[in-house]
Write a protein that binds this ligand. Structure first.
Ligand code: FE2
Ligand code: FE2
Length: 169
């Protein structure tokens, strides 16, 4: 497999693990504020990110490629209001989407059709991820401007359950 594609996939493992770390940090922020539904939402999000990292690792393993685990940066945000983590999460998902596109481009250049096929799932997944956070931001803006609305939204987010990825390698 192409060196550049291999490096980018390894870096993507780190980015997915950092995403998990970032969402754990956000979950902790909401937990400390007694917003257990928001905490749950981000805990589920963390599980999703771990599953993304595992999928890429599995893909590399299946193709006999060495997996290189690098250090995961500590999240460095100081949140000052309840909408801020949502907005940062949205920005972060856009960044991850760009990162997937970069690997996609490299795989196209290398005519690595196997990796392209693998990445197709991630392209769809990123569209879903951006949509989910964007919807949450819109709901927050519409309904969470008072305590009662925030309570209702928090109750809704408490019902989110983790579903394993549809992609099986
Ligand atoms: Fe992800
Ligand atoms: Fe994500």
């Amino acid at each position: 497999m192409d060196k550049k594609v291999i490096n980018l996939l390894n870096e993507q493992v780190n980015k997915e693990l950092y995403s998990a770390y970032l969402y754990l940090d956000m979950a902790n922020y909401y937990s400390a504020a007694n917003l257990n539904g928001f905490n749950n939402w981000f805990m589920v999000q963390t599980q999703e990110e771990l599953s993304h990292a595992k999928l890429i690792i599995q893909y590399l393993q299946n193709n006999n490629i060495d997996v290189k685990l690098a250090s995961i940066n500590a999240p460095s945000f100081t949140f000052t209001d309840f909408i801020q983590p949502l907005e940062e999460a949205y920005k972060h998902e856009k960044y991850v989407t760009e990162s997937i596109y970069t690997i996609y481009e490299a795989a196209q250049e290398a005519k690595d059709f196997r990796t392209l096929k693998f990445l197709d799932w991630f392209v769809d997944e990123q569209a879903e991820e951006e949509k989910n956070v964007d919807e949450l931001i819109n709901k927050f803006k519409l309904f969470a401007s008072d305590g009662k609305g925030l309570y209702m939204l928090d109750s809704e987010l408490a019902t989110r359950v983790y579903t394993p990825p549809s992609l099986v390698l």
